[in-house]
Design a protein around this ligand. Structure first.
Ligand SMILES: [Fe+2]
Ligand SMILES: [Fe+2]
Length: 145
């Protein structure tokens, strides 16, 4: 089931970031599919997504630092990433502790957060990176920003 549908609206114009976002969508859809199936499937899907999320956040944080973005801005973006990881770990913990609703809650939170974060925070980051590097992204990529 495709709960998270990838589209050009999510493009940042930073190829590695875009590639990883698309992969994150696929991992999130796999997690949706695994929900309600055998416990090992859900556990593996969550572990894979969580690992990839960490790798992806590290890439963005390195990228922001290397591009020389404002330190306070980087700190806020990093805090958003950290809060996301804390929240999904918390919900996963509730799921493992036997909650009947935590897995659904986790999926709803994760889906909404990823889309909102990419559409707003990551695309703003990309605009700032492009401005710094003098590599303007095509205008239509930010038509809805
Ligand atoms: Fe991102
Ligand atoms: Fe981000």
């Amino acid at each position: 089931m495709t709960v998270m549908q990838w589209s050009v609206d999510f493009f940042t114009g930073l190829p590695e970031v875009d590639r990883q976002h698309e992969a994150l969508f696929a991992l999130a859809n796999r997690l949706h599919d695994a929900n309600g199936q055998r416990a090992e499937l859900l556990e593996q899907a969550f572990a894979d997504l969580r690992d990839y999320v960490r790798e992806h956040f590290a890439l963005e944080e390195r990228f922001m630092t290397e591009s020389g973005l404002d330190a306070a801005y980087i700190a806020r973006h990093r805090a958003a990433h950290d809060n996301f990881v804390m929240r999904i770990d918390e919900l996963w913990g509730s799921h493992l502790a036997g909650s009947d609703t935590a897995a659904d809650e986790l999926l709803a939170f994760l889906t909404a957060w990823l889309m909102e974060h990419i559409l707003h925070t990551d695309r703003k980051m990309a605009l700032d990176v492009h401005a710094r590097m003098g590599t303007g992204a095509p205008h239509n990529q930010f038509a809805h920003f």
